[in-house]
Design a protein around this ligand. Structure first.
Ligand code: URA
Length: 432
C-alpha cells in the first residue's frame, strides 16, 4: 500500500477500507508518512468527505494508536464530557465537582486552548501551583480517592490524534465533521469513559457555524459511538456569543468559583445543568430530570460542590486559598472600559471577535509553544438582549505588558464586537 495511491483514491471521492485507514494513521504516527502527504489526504477528506464507516475506522485507528485506560476496577460507570471548543467555555470547571459530589466517577482529560478557543488545562494552571500533568498512576489514585481528577492528555493517549490535530490546525482542515468526530470520540474512548456527554457548539465562536452542521456532527458522533460500542449523548449549544461573563484564564476560574457559590449567569447554569442531568441519568444516579436538577441545585446551594472543587485543587497541589481570596490570581493590572455609544439592547456580541480581542491582550496563543498571560482577559457586563444606556460599560479589558499596537487592535475589535438596536427582542436560545 502507498500513501500516494490513497490520497488519489480519496481525491476521486472513493471510499477507503478499514485496512487503508489503519495504514495511513499507523504509518503517519510512526513517522513513515510525511506531513505533506497526510496534509494532502486531510484536504481530500475535507472536499470529498468520509462516510460513516470510514469515520468509525478513523476513530478506531486513533484509539489504537495509544493506551486505553481501564477503570473497571474502580467503577463500572465512568463519566466524561467534552466540548467541541468555544469562547468563555468554563463548563468543565463548574460541572466536574458537581458530578463528583453526586457520586459520579469522573475521569477528565482536557486540552489547552489553541487558535481562538480556550482550554481547560490553561484555565486550571491559572490556579497557583495546580498540577495538570498527572501520571496514569496519580490519575487512577485520585479518582479512586475522591472520585475525580482532571489531567492533560498523556503522550500515550491517542497520539495519532495529537499529531494529526496539530497538522489540521495549520492546514485549514479542522472544520470537517468526520475529522472532528474521530478526534473527539477517540479521546473519550481511550480515556476509559463509558458515559460520554458531548457539547457540540455552533456559531461564530465554534468550528461549525450553523445549528444544522452541529446537529449533523452530533448525529455522526452518536453513530460512531454505536459502531464502537459506546453510548454517547450530545447537547447542541450556541457559541454565537461567549459563554458566561468572562473570557481569559484567571477570570474564567473566578467565574467558575462564583458559579459554585451560587452566583452565575443564566447561560452557564443552563448548559452546565443540561450536561449534568444527562450524565446523572446515564449513570443511573437519578431517575428523572427533575430529580437530577434538584440534586445539582442542592450541591451548589449547600456548598458541597465548591468543597469538592477545593478537594480537587488540594489533591492536585494547587493553592486552595484562591477560593476565598481572588487576589491570589494573576489579574491584568491595566483595565480599559468599552462603552455603549447609544441607548438600546445588545443585539450582537460576536464570540469570535471577543476571543480575538482577548487573545491580542495575551489570553491565548497562536502556536502551541507561545506562552499565555493568565491575567489577560475580558469581563462582559452585558450580553445579547441586555438593555444598555449610552456610556454604560459593556466590557472591560484586562491586560499587563502588551504592545500599544496589540492593545489598539484589541480595543478596536472589542468595540466592533457588539451591536445595539433600539427595539427590545426575545433573547436567543442557548440549547438547540
Ligand atoms: N476538539 C477536539 O478535540 N478535536 C477537534 O477536532 C475539534 C475540537
Amino acid at each position: 500500500m502507498r500513501a500516494v495511491d490513497l490520497i488519489q483514491k480519496k481525491k476521486e471521492g472513493k471510499s477507503h477500507t478499514q485496512e487503508e485507514i489503519k495504514f495511513l494513521v499507523e504509518n503517519y504516527t510512526k513517522g513513515n508518512i510525511e506531513d505533506y502527504q497526510m496534509s494532502a489526504w486531510l484536504m481530500a477528506v475535507c472536499f470529498q468527505g468520509l462516510n460513516d464507516e470510514e469515520t468509525a475506522y478513523l476513530t478506531q485507528a486513533f484509539v489504537e494508536s495509544g493506551d486505553i485506560l481501564d477503570f473497571s476496577k474502580i467503577s463500572s460507570n465512568i463519566a466524561d464530557k467534552h466540548s467541541t471548543g468555544g469562547v468563555g467555555d468554563k463548563v468543565t470547571l463548574a460541572l466536574i465537582p458537581i458530578l463528583a459530589q453526586l457520586d459520579v466517577y469522573t475521569a477528565k482529560l482536557s486540552g489547552r486552548g489553541l487558535g481562538f478557543t480556550g482550554g481547560t488545562i490553561d484555565k486550571l494552571e491559572a490556579i497557583p501551583n495546580f498540577k495538570t500533568e498527572l501520571t496514569n498512576e496519580e490519575f487512577f489514585k485520585q479518582i479512586s480517592d475522591i472520585k475525580v481528577a482532571i489531567s492533560s492528555q498523556s503522550p500515550n493517549l491517542t497520539p495519532a490524534d495529537g499529531k494529526i490535530y496539530a497538522l489540521r490546525d495549520v492546514t485549514a482542515t479542522v472544520d470537517n465533521k468526520s475529522l472532528i468526530c474521530a478526534s473527539v470520540v477517540s479521546k473519550k474512548i481511550a480515556s476509559g469513559a463509558n458515559s460520554i456527554v458531548l457539547d457540540v457548539k455552533y456559531g461564530s465562536g465554534a468550528f461549525l457555524k450553523t445549528p444544522q452542521e452541529a446537529r449533523e456532527l452530533g448525529d455522526l458522533m452518536i453513530k460512531t459511538g454505536k459502531l464502537l460500542n459506546r453510548n454517547i449523548d450530545v447537547v447542541i449549544s450556541s457559541m454565537e456569543q461567549p459563554l458566561g461573563f468572562s473570557v481569559g484564564n484567571s477570570l474564567e476560574v473566578i467565574e467558575a468559583l462564583e458559579f459554585l457559590k451560587g452566583n452565575y449567569k443564566e447561560d452557564l447554569y443552563e448548559i452546565t445543568l443540561e450536561l449534568a442531568i444527562k450524565t446523572l441519568l446515564n449513570c443511573k444516579k437519578a431517575t428523572t430530570k427533575e430529580e437530577a436538577k434538584a440534586m445539582v441545585d442542592l450541591v451548589i446551594k449547600n456548598g458541597s460542590a465548591l468543597n469538592k472543587f477545593k478537594e480537587i485543587i488540594a489533591h492536585q497541589k494547587g493553592n486552595t486559598e484562591v477560593i476565598e481570596d481572588y487576589s491570589l490570581f494573576e489579574i491584568g493590572k491595566n483595565k480599559t472600559e468599552i462603552k455603549a455609544n447609544k441607548d438600546g439592547y445588545i443585539s450582537k456580541l460576536i464570540a469570535l471577535d471577543v476571543a480575538h480581542a482577548a487573545k491580542l491582550l495575551g489570553a491565548g496563543r497562536d502556536k502551541k509553544s507561545d506562552s499565555i498571560d493568565f491575567g489577560a482577559g475580558i469581563i462582559l457586563n452585558k450580553k445579547i438582549g441586555d438593555k444598555v444606556q449610552k456610556d454604560d460599560v459593556v466590557m472591560e479589558l484586562y491586560y499587563n505588558d502588551v504592545s500599544q499596537t496589540k492593545l489598539n487592535d484589541s480595543i478596536k475589535i472589542a468595540q466592533s464586537s457588539f451591536e445595539i438596536q433600539e427595539e427590545e427582542f426575545e433573547k436567543p436560545k442557548l440549547i438547540y
